[in-house]
Design a protein around this ligand. Structure first.
Ligand code: SF4
Ligand code: SF4
Length: 366
């Protein structure tokens, strides 16, 4: 996933593709906006609450035809809830035909043993379960689901871990589940998942319903430090991947770099594509605002969109952020997260990313 994150690894056998300007390695495809939950932080919120949309199979076929000219390593199928996509079997047949093993990002509640076995038979390589809490009351508040759905999700997770699939879990950090994250990290490690990712919520729209649950920027550096501390104390692997690039500015990095393989990456928009359910393509999984859309697969193919001037403009916009122009880290950091900057700044795509300021302010407060 390409929301701002800390990925705590429980094994050292897997490496993800991170930013490489020349090659697009990851495609996230929103198959449908149908969902059986209604998470308060959903970055597809404005899509989920509109009328029902399913990505036409022809669009998937078109991308797969183009894929022979590209060298895409990771195909992620998400939504909404991808298991509710009415043409899922047909889509998986297509991936099988092109010898591609897609990855599924799901809330996990519908991944019964029968469905998991079917996904394996189609060649699915891994599943990311999105689980935000183990507490039933919080599940009702955070994900708007009945407690039985949470129980089903955990049972499905346990079944999936004992299959050949690579299973990872992710949690979106909010005020409601902050205190749970520490014990969840250990719980998922003990269950045998491959990694646990904590996403720092990056809203795609300033959703009034989410704002009261969002963690204040000023608290994030302390939370990040304490999560790393917890992982260091309790997990043996000691590898963290993160795209919180500003961490390099803070004492958090100095404190942990010799103890943990702390791999800091920049925004993945250069090597990632997000295909929205209406066929629009954005370099950012969190963003479907018109300023981020660089083409539509209904009227262009993938290669054309990849080479488009609009995409080049979006990827180079980081050079125009006034606050970052004189920063020594600019070429590596690429001015942080454009989605965050766009949402919270006053200058659209060339706003400064507010996270950077708060990680700087953290210095001297350890
Ligand atoms: S000032 Fe800009 S380029 Fe430098 S670390 Fe902060 S966000 Fe990145
Ligand atoms: S702009 Fe980049 S760092 Fe920010 S959410 Fe999008 S892909 Fe991630």
């Amino acid at each position: 996933m390409r929301i701002l994150k800390l990925k705590f690894r429980f094994s050292n056998s897997h490496t993800d593709a991170f930013f490489n300007e020349c090659t697009v390695k990851n495609i996230f495809i929103d198959l449908t906006n149908r969902c059986n939950l209604n998470c308060i932080y959903c970055f597809n919120d404005n899509i989920i609450h509109g009328s029902t949309h399913d990505l036409p199979l022809d669009i998937i076929k078109k991308m797969l035809i183009d894929s022979s000219n590209l060298n895409i390593s990771n195909w992620f199928l998400s939504g909404g809830e991808p298991i509710l996509y009415p043409y899922l079997d047909d889509a998986l047949h297509l991936f099988q035909k092109y010898k591609i093993k897609p990855k599924i990002a799901s809330n996990g509640s519908l991944l019964t043993s029968d469905i998991v076995d079917k996904l394996i038979s189609f060649g699915v390589g891994s599943i990311q379960f999105s689980i935000d809490t183990l507490n039933e009351d919080k599940f009702i508040n955070l994900n708007c689901g009945e407690p039985q759905i949470l129980k089903n999700t955990i049972n499905n997770l346990i079944y999936s871990i004992n299959t050949p699939l690579r299973i990872v879990v992710s949690t979106t950090l909010t005020k409601l589940n902050l205190s749970d994250i520490y014990s969840m990290m250990i719980y998922f490690q003990d269950l045998g998942v491959d990694s646990y990712t904590v996403y720092l919520y990056t809203p795609s729209t300033n959703q009034p319903r989410m704002s009261k649950y969002a963690i204040d920027f000023s608290e994030l550096p302390f939370i990040v430090d304490s999560l790393i501390e917890h992982y260091y104390q309790h997990c043996d692997t000691k590898i963290i991947d993160t795209d919180l690039f500003w961490i390099l500015h803070s004492e958090i990095y100095k404190k942990w770099q010799s103890k943990i393989d702390l791999r800091v990456h920049n925004c993945s928009a250069g090597n990632t594509f997000s295909v929205k359910v209406n066929g629009e393509v954005s370099p950012c999984i969190c963003q479907n605002s018109p300023d981020f859309i660089c083409g539509n697969l209904h009227n262009s193919n993938l290669c054309e969109i990849l080479k488009s001037q609009k995409r080049k403009d979006i990827l180079s916009i980081y050079t125009k952020v006034p606050e970052c122009k004189n920063c020594n880290y600019l070429n590596d950091c690429r001015a942080g997260c454009r989605s965050n900057a766009y949402i919270f700044g006053k200058s659209g795509l060339i706003s400064a990313d507010p996270h950077c300021e708060f990680f700087r302010l953290y210095n001297g407060k350890l």
